[in-house]
Write a protein that binds this ligand. Structure first.
Ligand code: IVH
Length: 680
């Protein structure tokens, strides 16, 4: 962020600094005064960091009225003003471990004596000041600009986590500071209620907490499940005095305040570093959002010695995690049709780096989701990518919406075949039900040929698309009608590759029934269900003759799969395909090929991240084929977690917590071979 500074000519730099000041002032207002930030914190912090870099490397360009010298915004008109007894300061921030450690070393050098650091999660909420007189909540105020905040007592009094009366013995006066926040489950529940009521959803928990705190009607606040962590004692009259921060936290606990249990006192900078890295990896284990770690000097006398600048104490620093939310332009909303015919809207984005990955597309799930979020092509949108969760479009930045931007509506016709799309009553998904839809055709046929299904080498999606274009393939049964002459003329197909393909097609006729069932792309029926049905019925003809009740009675197969299977085989077109597969000599029996040794029988193996040699589907199929299970989450029944690149932090953390071994790809190969982890 600070690199370009030195090279730009001075006039341009001065203009940039002025523009940045204006932007930072504007966005502080939106954040602090309106509770309606237009850009995510990550974007805001980047603006401030750039401005700070210019001002510190070019003192001549610094400006005494710059927002870098102040704490925040000012006060909105709705609530009455409260002058804080002592200023509510901000924290210096860093996003680099080098800077964090440099800060720590400066402190150590300055203080000289033994240094203790308190490390605390940095809660992503709103700073609050709670004043208690004679043990009763007398006044609750927001931070405002740090000097003057807003009186939100009536609303805060409804928050269960905030004691209205302190546990005895309470001092005459005590001001408690801490963070008001909304947990992720409460945030999600609120958004579900908002969308059920046709109201706009909140972009993130902090936004929701701010909106909920500043309601005119305390009843609304009460319904929003706000929460609170206390982390600082302000003014105290007639109370105990303390020497260490840890003691003040202990006292706050005794007075009845929630104090974050993950707070830790450490003695070395290595431990500070380790704490920050641990929570950076584990942040999603918590059911509330944290955006960093606050590191504070524990000794209160040492704090007093260090003092503060005009905006922040010198004895504390916030290490901020890389942002998981950024804004970007929503170029378009398109719809893709998958092999089951499901038409899924997705966002086409101006590429943006977020959560450690470059994002240019994000699913929007279904029509209702697009409507609830009210995102429109041309909007600036907030994009979020957290841990191993797929990227998500959270919502539009309304203030940046160009005038006259039309709402998006779901296309009436399939983008692939032009047939009318169908959304059934009570369903959230929209489907193209045309079995001849070319959009589904390529993917369906490629899926039939893929490793978890009929495993036909040399018949990947590219070749399938080529054969479909050439008129050689219309459905999966056509694979067995491919001839060397038909393929040989096509681009890229020589004598050897044609012969290899023919041999692979031929070999696939012998695959077991479970693989054939996977290959038919029956909605809801995956590898596990297919294996269960193949084992229970033994032959495709017995499955064809079964009722939904009989199918649903198979262990591991519910009514949803049963109805889908019966629905699939009741279509004449699908029956025809089955008959042509039979004529082509495709195996319909359960055990068409010797079963793999069931080395993973009864074992549960969780896969996370990207493996080089297996797609996620293939890895799971390989586990299931050996008798194992491959659920999506880690539990105490998990035998081992296989982690590829960019594994899910939450899964790794859970595994560590439960003592489940985590292994890499090489060990996974050994596991598939022998059922055992290699020694060492
Ligand atoms: S201490 C003078 N501790 O971060 C120090 N702040 O960027 C006062 N925050 O305004 C703050 N968790 O809203 C402190 N454990 C924590 C915190 C925390 C979140 C917020 C707080 C503060 C902001 C500074």
């Amino acid at each position: 962020m600070s690199e370009p500074v030195a090279t730009e000519p001075p006039e341009e730099l001065a203009a940039r600094a002025e523009a940045l000041r204006e932007l930072v002032r504007y966005h502080s207002e939106r954040y602090f005064v309106d509770d309606a930030p237009e850009i995510p914190d990550g974007d805001f912090d980047a603006l401030v960091a750039e401005l700070e870099a210019i001002e510190s490397s070019h003192p001549d360009l610094a400006d005494p009225t710059s927002p870098t010298r102040r704490v925040g915004g000012s006060v909105a008109a709705t609530f009455s003003e409260v002058r804080h007894r002592s200023p509510m300061m901000s924290l210096d921030k860093t996003t680099s471990y080098e800077e964090l450690l440099a800060w720590g070393r400066r402190i150590e050098r300055y203080v000289g004596a033994a240094v203790g650091f308190t490390c605390e999660p940095k809660i992503d909420g709103l700073a609050m000041s709670l004043l208690y007189e004679d043990g009763r909540l007398a006044r609750a105020a927001t931070r405002g600009d740090g000097t003057v905040g807003e009186d939100v007592t009536a609303n805060v009094a409804t928050v269960a986590a905030v004691p209205r009366v302190l546990a005895a013995p309470a001092p005459r006066v005590v001001e408690v500071r801490g963070e008001m926040y909304m947990s992720v489950p409460a945030f999600e529940a609120l958004n579900r209620r908002q969308s059920a009521a046709g109201a706009r959803s909140f972009v993130n928990p902090r936004n929701a907490a701010a909106g909920s705190l500043r309601q005119k009607d305390p009843g609304v606040t009460a319904s929003r499940q706000l929460d609170f962590w206390a982390y600082q004692v302000g003014e105290v009259v007639g109370g105990p005095s303390f020497e260490r921060h840890g003691q003040t936290l202990e006292w706050l606990r005794r007075l009845g305040f929630p104090v974050n249990p993950h707070t830790e006192l450490v003695g070395t900078l290595e431990e500070v570093d380790a704490y920050c890295r641990r929570w950076e990896a584990d942040r999603h284990r918590l059911d509330y959002e944290i955006d960093g770690v606050v590191v504070k000097l524990d000794d209160l006398a040492q704090r007093a010695e260090l003092g503060s600048t005009s905006r922040a104490p010198r004895w504390a620093i916030a290490y901020k995690f890389p942002p998981e939310e950024r804004t970007t332009l929503l170029r378009d909303i398109m719809v893709s049709v998958g092999r089951t015919g499901k038409a899924t809207p997705f966002a086409v984005l101006e590429p943006v780096s977020v959560g450690g990955a470059r994002i240019s597309m994000a699913t929007l799930h279904n029509e209702d989701q697009v409507l609830a979020k009210d995102v429109r092509p041309g909007d600036t949108v907030v994009v979020r990518r957290a841990g191993d969760v797929i990227p998500e479009v959270r919502g539009p930045v309304l203030a940046l919406r160009p005038a006259g931007l039309a709402p998006w509506s779901f296309p009436e016709r399939c983008p692939s075949c032009g047939e009318r799309l169908v959304r059934l009553e009570g369903e959230s998904d929209t489907f193209c039900v045309n079995l001849d839809c070319p959009g589904q055709r390529v993917q369906r046929i490629a899926h039939f040929a893929s490793r978890p299904a009929m495993d036909i080498e040399h018949l990947g999606e590219r070749s399938v698309a080529q054969f479909v274009r050439a008129g050689l393939l219309r459905d999966v049964a056509d694979i067995y009608a491919l001839t060397p002459d038909g393929v040989a003329g096509l681009e890229g197909w020589g004598g050897t590759s044609v012969a290899n393909l023919m041999a692979a097609v031929d070999a696939s006729r012998a695959r077991p029934l479970a693989n054939l069932l996977v290959g038919l792309s029956i909605r809801h029926l995956g590898a596990t269900g297919s294996a269960a049905l193949a084992a229970a019925f033994g032959h495709l003809d017995r499955l064809l003759g079964a009722t939904a009740e009989e199918i649903g009675a198979v262990e591991g197969v519910g009514t949803v799969i049963a109805d889908s299977v019966v629905g699939f085989f009741s279509l004449q077109r699908n029956r025809d395909v089955v008959e042509r597969l039979r004529l082509a000599g495709v195996n319909f029996e359960g055990a068409g090929e010797p079963q793999l040794p069931q080395v993973l029988s009864g074992k549960s193996v969780v896969v996370t991240g990207t493996l080089e040699g297996w797609s996620r589907e293939e890895a799971e199929a390989a586990i299931i084929a050996r008798g194992g299970r491959s659920p999506g989450s880690v539990s105490k029944r998990t035998a081992v977690v296989v982690a590829g690149s960019e594994p899910g932090a939450a899964k790794l953390a859970r595994a560590a917590e439960l003592g489940v071994p985590v292994v890499g790809e090489a060990a996974f190969a050994a596991l598939l071979d022998t059922g055992e982890l290699p020694a060492g």
